[in-house]
Design a protein around this ligand. Structure first.
Ligand code: KIV
Length: 262
């Protein structure tokens, strides 16, 4: 474990106006590709509940599942900062539990930091975790673990509240904050007032960095994609075509041919 991307480097990037590239990953081979492509932050997101486990929300994801995925991602990564995402109920039930679970990411996986959702309401938790020397990335705006409270995956537009949340998480010691599903002009205001880097997803171009869910970017699934996603490939289609070709060749006796036999 020797990450080249440190907190100091991320602060410098913000100061120099150099964009921070972040992406999710959930397993060894993809984490290796993402790392080797020069991404600065790899988030093992609880979005794995939706894109890997086939759930309709992130709520069922457990600590043990996050630990497993973060460990196999961290094993592949040589350069990026690996962040483990704290799943639903791993930090909401008490500060001691939150510090313990955050610590598990660093102790058991090789991650360098954790992320948790919420603004002012979780500032005491962020304070306690950072006091235990565990760097915390905050996440405000559209916070998927609050899907039921928000009445769906909805863009958040309350500027005063978003600015207050951003200021609170910075004051509590967060080293960075994810801004999800908020209008671009509000994200710009937050980015301008904070000294920590903002990482946007559905928050416009003026954040200090951007993050997407890997499976969305690569077109690995058929799910509905939010407006903010740009699909850079259609790997799901390519995979289905390759598997169908294999199946046809097994059935018609074309595979295995002589070259694949001992
Ligand atoms: O779980 C996740 O992947 C996330 C990112 C989309 C920010 O929280």
């Amino acid at each position: 474990m020797n990450p080249q991307i440190t907190l100091t480097k991320l602060y410098q990037m913000k100061k120099n106006g150099e964009k921070i590239v972040a992406l999710t990953a959930y397993d060894y081979p993809f984490a290796k590709m993402v790392d080797e492509s020069g991404v600065h932050i790899i988030l093992v997101g609880d979005s794995l509940g939706m894109v890997v486990q086939g759930e309709t929300s992130t709520l069922p994801v457990t600590m043990d599942e996050m630990i497993y995925h973060t460990r196999i991602v961290a094993r592949a990564v040589k350069n990026a900062m690996v962040i483990g995402d704290m799943p639903f109920l791993s930090y909401q039930t008490g500060i001691e539990t939150a510090v313990h679970n955050a610590g598990r990411f660093l102790k058991e996986t090789g991650a360098a930091a954790v992320k948790l959702e919420g603004g002012a309401g979780v500032s005491d938790t962020i304070r306690a975790i950072t006091k235990a020397s565990i760097p915390v990335q905050a996440h405000i705006g559209l916070t998927p673990q609050s899907v039921h409270q928000m009445g769906g995956f909805k863009v958040q537009r309350d500027e005063d509240r978003l600015l207050a949340d951003a200021r609170e998480v910075e004051a509590a010691g967060a080293f960075s904050v994810v801004l999800e599903g908020i209008p671009a002009d509000i994200a710009k205001k937050i980015t301008d007032v904070l000294s920590i880097p903002t990482i946007g997803i559905g928050a416009g171009p003026d954040c200090d960095g951007q993050i997407l869910v890997l499976h969305d970017l690569l077109g690995l699934h058929d799910r509905h994609l939010p407006k903010f996603v740009k699909q850079y490939a259609a790997l799901g289609k390519a995979a289905r075509e390759s598997i169908a070709e294999y199946a046809a060749e097994v059935q018609n006796g074309e595979f295995p041919s002589k070259e694949h036999c001992y």
